[in-house]
Design a protein around this ligand. Structure first.
Ligand SMILES: Cc1ncc(COP(=O)(O)O)c(C=O)c1O
Length: 453
């Protein structure tokens, strides 16, 4: 394009869609698709250039925990932009210190210090490098049903099929199975008898083969997000913690999706009283208004870092605009009692979903914590045959993609992974909007029911 005028026709949605299709590279996708052009958003809703409104049951990428355009977060960003847009990471900054102090208050008691990143992948990348330096060991244990980010190390930790795209995996990743009780990987029907779903016993076995003295850390999503909303059974996280402790292995909890109120507590580990050595987060920290992630460490690691340089850094570590928005978001969550609201709306959602299950044979499983919920769809409840195959692509996803398209047409924004529809609306969604979304979901599920045997 050699027209250097400042008069691109940005008010023309067709032009916007064309430029998107032709000159913008979109994450994890083949290129060239014309997008729906979004012109505005507020609270749990966004709307397109035709004025059609959509109820955001995804919170976009499960990051808009306080919904779109929360006025207090927007005001904090504007105010910070007027005062100081950027100052290097080694300088003192009021909002940076304020957010660091808030993190001490809301993270588990053993956590004392935070490194601010630009997102979740950078937080996990720094966490595993730090774990290797701190322990002097190399291997990292990760799970299959996981997503930890798109940078080299984080994608190598990731178990979902996207990790095949790394081409050259980071060495030293060892995998364990997930406590996916609905389809127990060890074939048990009761978590209490299953070594995988109990946590520690399966980990212990893998450590015996690998030699625990070579393992730096175990990294898990405290509640699996992208790969199907998998909540570990009670006792699982405590059991991982205990096993790690016995071998001097660090426990890294990735709460990039599960953190900041998504499960009804500040962090999902709070449900089980587990203190990770390193806790990573991003997304909901500031509802994604400015890129921000966190890697928070225990007092022991923080003390060690007083004598050893942090093995990582970013030009935008502790970016003032991001920190100001994080401070504002945490303040809003406290003022508006967001955690209690998410807990109440979450249990209401699961009660309503249980009623939908009586009517829709395609609902195989309902699971979740707070407003981090999913329904797994099946062709047959008895055999649990999946509605679409694991990691299905293209035409194989048809019933799922048909449902997404139907819901979108009805004004409900949903997303799915394999046969799981994730239901993760903003934490401050009103009861009326939640019921409206479930009513559209009810009609959407008829598409899945038609696939049932
Ligand atoms: C659990 C988890 N970890 C890490 C990431 C990567 O975060 P980001 O995309 O901000 O790098 C994601 C993103 O979806 C995630 O869900």
């Amino acid at each position: 394009m050699d027209d250097h005028s400042n008069h691109y026709p940005i008010d023309d949605p067709d032009w916007v869609a064309d430029m998107h299709a032709n000159h913008y590279l979109q994450s994890w996708s083949k290129q060239g698709g014309r997008p729906r052009v979004i012109t505005g958003a507020e609270g749990s809703w966004f709307w397109d250039s035709d004025g059609k409104r959509y109820l955001d049951f995804q919170s976009q990428l499960v990051n808009l925990n306080l919904g779109h355009q929360h006025p207090k977060i927007v005001a904090a960003i504007k105010d910070q932009a007027d005062r100081l847009c950027y100052i290097g990471p080694a300088m003192g900054s009021d909002v940076r210190s304020e957010l660091a102090a808030m993190m001490v208050e809301i993270t588990p008691p053993n956590i004392t210090s935070t490194f601010f990143t630009t997102g979740g992948a950078a937080a996990n990348e720094t966490a595993i490098r730090l774990a290797r330096h701190y322990t002097g060991r190399q291997k990292i244990v990760a799970r299959y049903r996981s997503y930890h980010g798109a940078t080299g190390g984080a994608l190598s930790l990731t178990g979902d099929p996207r990790h095949h795209l790394t081409r050259a995996d980071m060495p030293g990743v060892v995998r364990i199975l997930d406590p996916y009780c609905y389809r127990c990987p060890a074939g048990h029907d009761a978590p209490a008898r299953c070594p995988v779903c109990r946590g520690g016993s399966h980990l212990e076995e893998i450590l015996i083969y690998e030699n625990p003295q070579t393992v730096a850390a175990v990294i898990v999503e405290s509640v699996v997000g992208t790969n199907g909303i998998i909540v570990p059974p009670d006792g699982y996280m405590q059991s991982l913690r205990e096993t790690c402790d016995r071998h001097g292995i660090l426990l890294i909890c990735d709460e990039v999706m599960a953190g900041f109120g998504r499960t009804g507590k500040w962090f999902a580990v709070d449900h089980w009283g587990v203190e990770p050595d390193i806790l990573t987060a991003a997304k909901g920290i500031n509802s994604g208004y400015v890129p921000l992630g966190t890697m928070s460490v225990s007092a022991d690691i923080a003390d060690w870092l007083n004598d050893t340089p942090l093995p990582g850094g970013l030009t935008y570590a502790g970016h003032p605009l991001a920190c100001a928005s994080g401070v504002a978001a945490i303040r809003v969550m406290r003022e508006e009692n967001t955690l209690a609201h998410a807990t109440a709306m979450g249990s209401m959602m699961r009660t309503e979903l249980a009623q939908l299950a009586e009517k829709h044979p395609s609902i195989g499983d309902i699971r979740g914590l707070g407003l981090f919920n999913g329904i797994e769809l099946v062709k047959d409840r008895e055999t649990r045959e999946m509605l679409v195959p694991f990691a299905a692509k293209g035409a194989d996803t048809k019933p799922m993609s048909d449902m997404m398209a139907f819901a979108m047409n009805e004004g409900l924004y949903l997303s799915f992974y394999s046969s799981v529809i994730r239901l993760t609306p903003p934490l401050n969604i009103s009861e009326g909007d939640l019921r409206l979304g479930l009513e559209i979901l009810d009609r959407t599920l008829e598409i899945a029911d038609r696939e049932c045997n």
